[in-house]
Design a protein around this ligand. Structure first.
Ligand code: SAH
Length: 205
């Protein structure tokens, strides 16, 4: 899978590739779908949600430029696969999932897999996680109608936010925002398709 990510998609960040090589994706997939865990597909998980396609996990993680010392906020933990990849690459990961069942399962996985630098909370992540702000990097794994203002406010100067934004709930553009001394700079990183971001600064549930 990792060779495919590098060869086919040009994922070049060696730390991201090595982390994805180490994290066993099948352990985050529903048991019946484990044999498909290393194909380049999204997979369904409970609650009508999905484990993101490996390519998009690699791409979003690469866009965050993680060197190992960052404090990262993740919104939309889902299966926890992306969370585990981030935990390999950053100092501390704060992860928010709005569906109680998925959040509870993730808390169990954090203990079972010994992800000691991960904290999980069940809530609407579009308002961020104020007590632990600011963050060096924020990754949103669900698509919203706009970039949530609280997330911009919770970025450090120099911080990066990666989020899918779209006018409909079906398709989005992946946006990266950098916070600079002077304000915010956004880049269009190409089309993508995520489940909806539902919350106060997302779509209405
Ligand atoms: N990267 C995850 C993707 C999960 S799908 C994985 O690979 O497993 C996106 C997740 O975002 C879903 O679990 C959904 O419940 C969650 N979500 C949607 N809106 C949210 C919000 N406002 N706050 C937190 N989580 C949210």
């Amino acid at each position: 899978m990792v060779e495919y990510l590098a060869g086919h998609y040009g994922i070049a960040d060696e730390r991201v590739l090595a982390a994805m090589d180490r994290v066993p994706r099948h352990l985050f997939a529903p048991e019946a779908l484990r044999s498909q865990a290393y194909k380049d597909n999204a997979l369904p998980i409970p609650g009508g949600q999905t484990i993101s396609q490996p390519f998009i996990v690699a791409r979003m993680t690469e866009l965050l430029h993680l060197g190992g010392k960052e404090r990262v906020l993740e919104i939309g933990a889902g299966s926890g696969y992306q969370t585990a990849v981030l935990s390999e690459l950053a100092r501390k990961v704060y992860s928010i999932e709005r569906l109680p069942g998925l959040a509870a399962e993730l808390k169990e996985k954090v203990v079972r897999f010994g992800l000691r630098n991960v904290s999980v909370r069940c809530d609407d992540g579009t308002t961020g996680w104020k007590v632990y702000a600011p963050f060096d990097a924020i990754l949103v794994a669900a698509g919203g109608p706009e970039v949530p203002m609280p997330l911009l406010e919770q970025l450090t100067v120099g911080g990066r936010l990666v989020i899918p934004v779209g006018e409909t709930q079906k398709s989005q553009i992946l946006i990266r925002v950098w916070r600079t001394e002077r304000g915010f700079e956004s880049e269009n990183c190409g089309p993508c398709s995520f489940v909806p971001l539902i919350g106060a600064h997302g779509w209405q549930g």
